[in-house]
Design a protein around this ligand. Sequence first.
Ligand SMILES: [Zn+2]
Length: 381
Amino acid sequence: MELERFCNTMPTGEECPVAYASRTLAPAEKKYSQIEKEGLALIFGVKKFHQYLWGRKFKMVTDHKPLLTLFGEHKSLPTMAAARIQRWAIILSAYDYHIEYCPSEKHSNADGLSRVPLPDTTDVGTAAVSENIHALIAEHFEQAPLNADQVARVTRRDKVLSKVLKYVMEGWSMDVDESLKAYHSRRNELSAERGCVLWGTRVIIPDRLRKFVLKEVHVGHPGIVKMKALTRKYVWWPKVDADLEQVSRACESCQMEQKAPRQVPLQHWEFPGQSWKRLHIDFAGPFQGHTFMILVDAYSKWLEVFKMSSLTSQATITRLRRLFAAYGLPEHIVTDNGTQFTSVEFKNFIQQNGILHSTSAPGHPATNGLAERSVTSGSFP
Ligand SMILES: [Zn+2]
């Protein structure tokens, strides 16, 4: 592992070493991707010299440029990076630091001791914990349609992804060919776990398994929106969205799912606590040549039904005025967006009487459930 050097900068600008530290990598750490190994060195140094650094402004120098993107002091947390990198970014956020890039040829004055590294001094726990987690995952996902070993096996044989895995583990070369472009642009966010390549927390599926994954997310015809949401949680490959769209377009059931009206959460009206406080009003019919106004009291479920000769605002107001004269004014009425309820005339009537008026969302009659139910369940004559 790379040597960490802790220096004090003298007034003359000269750097004077205070302490050196280095150690070999633990077995689990040897499997880290290149960027994670570089990040580990940085974190190791910060932890090692914590008592000097905590609460002070200090400078970190790295010869690994991507670390600036991930750990830059004014950067927000790298949400797409591997979980380990994110954890490190959180640790670093507690320090007052500035991070700088210095090409390795200039950085080499720290190289001497890295050729004679000290034996591994990590707490033995880390590797064991990691093994335990893997065992737990293996047990838990025994029934999973696709497991890490399968993905790793196909990844090794995949022409493109095997190269990506190699680059992730050993570092990227400057120019890559066209097939690697999508991976190269994400190179700071790629990591490897158990022989699989990950983008953030999403497993990158090799070409040969993509059809299978598409089939799996398509089970039950969830439609394009849900398929994308599900995929986004677990897997990725270049143009995955386009592949999903193609599956959904070719499937009639999925198309039906998309066309079905969006479900709005059913509005639960608060129980009014007394009668004639909130009324739900709707029209029904024509039934045997007549249209009816249905009015339900939310508290008692008392039903009033009137045969309407006209459905204008004026006719509605006249009817309601007569009713309110007999029973008193309600505090609140709920209607749909019918023109008789949205006219200026009706609004004036409501306002003059100090009644609160709620209308259902356009095209979503479910809001006015009480009156609608009375209409559709046939509970009116
Ligand atoms: Zn479908």
